[in-house]
Design a protein around this ligand. Structure first.
Ligand code: UGY
Ligand code: MN
Length: 264
């Protein structure tokens, strides 16, 4: 059952007090627990519920959406929308066909980066529903660099990198790090309990963050928020940010970041 499907039975109460919740939308950040993200239906998708997380109405320069496919769900034929896509399988099995290549099956943790203009067909596989995260962005080319290639991979193949020598904190890069053909990164940041950043960050790049595991406290601007698995955070440019993992297990989140481009 998806969290947003929870309906209290007569005599049963929804957890939490009526009118109180963890969601917060401000000019430079948003915290959106999954249960409040309402359903949309899209012309290019059949038997699929779209739950939009980030997009231009929020102030974001990219889109992030969770696509909940029924067993019969998927794209309405071949889609070629001119955007870059990063598809990440959250649940179930997904069949993806890129241009005129053979279809591939993607399991949870499987992902695909499609450069702008790559035609694709997506469907739930195995007669079961599936959940897919889609990060989309218009491409900003860089003079002297080719367009990025298609990537089809799985989290299992990614190296856990420790960029600054801190024990208990790692990065997994879904696309090659520092490769100027790409204008955005998606990384998985993992934290052992209690291991946190050295400083509060403030930077020009924005983020879309999906909590994958664990829990913690997130500082956004001047506010501390408790965050759990399934939560989404948008951080706008220059939003001060800091994560302090809590609980007894590892915490991990997937993080979109626009990178590798100069000011326009
Ligand atoms: O790379 C980053 O900007 C990252 N450390 N930010 C974050 O996790 N909020
Ligand atoms: Mn950051």
């Amino acid at each position: 059952m998806f969290p947003s499907d929870f309906q209290p039975a007569p005599g049963q109460f929804r957890p939490g007090a009526i009118g109180h919740g963890r969601c917060r939308v401000t000019p430079n950040y948003a915290l959106m627990p999954p249960e409040g993200v309402m359903d949309s239906y899209l012309p290019q998708w059949v038997d699929t519920t779209a739950r939009f997380l980030a997009g231009p109405p929020l102030g974001a320069c990219f889109g992030q959406v969770i696509l909940e496919m029924e067993a019969t769900g998927g794209t309405r034929g071949h889609v070629q929308d001119g955007l870059q896509h990063l598809f990440w399988v959250l649940e179930g099995v997904v069949t993806l066909t890129v241009d005129d290549h053979d279809p591939v099956e993607m399991t949870p943790g499987g992902y695909a980066f499609l450069p702008a203009g790559t035609g694709h067909t997506v469907s739930a596989a195995g007669g079961a529903p599936a959940r897919l995260m889609d990060i989309r962005k218009p491409y900003v080319p860089a003079e002297g660099f080719d367009a990025p290639p298609v990537i089809l991979s799985h989290r299992d193949t990614l190296e856990k990198i420790n960029h600054n020598g801190t024990i208990g904190r790692t990065w997994e890069h879904l696309m090659p790090y520092g490769d100027m053909r790409f204008d955005f990164e998606v990384n998985i940041l993992s934290f052992e309990p209690g291991v946190h950043f050295p400083d509060i960050e403030t930077h020009i790049m924005e983020h879309g963050l999906l909590m994958l595991e664990g829990q913690g406290l997130y500082l956004l601007d001047r506010d501390w928020h408790e965050v759990w698995e399934g939560d989404f955070i948008w951080m706008g440019p220059y939003c001060p940010q800091f994560f302090y993992p809590t609980g007894w297990t590892r915490s991990a989140y997937m993080l979109y970041k626009n990178v590798n481009r100069d000011l326009d």
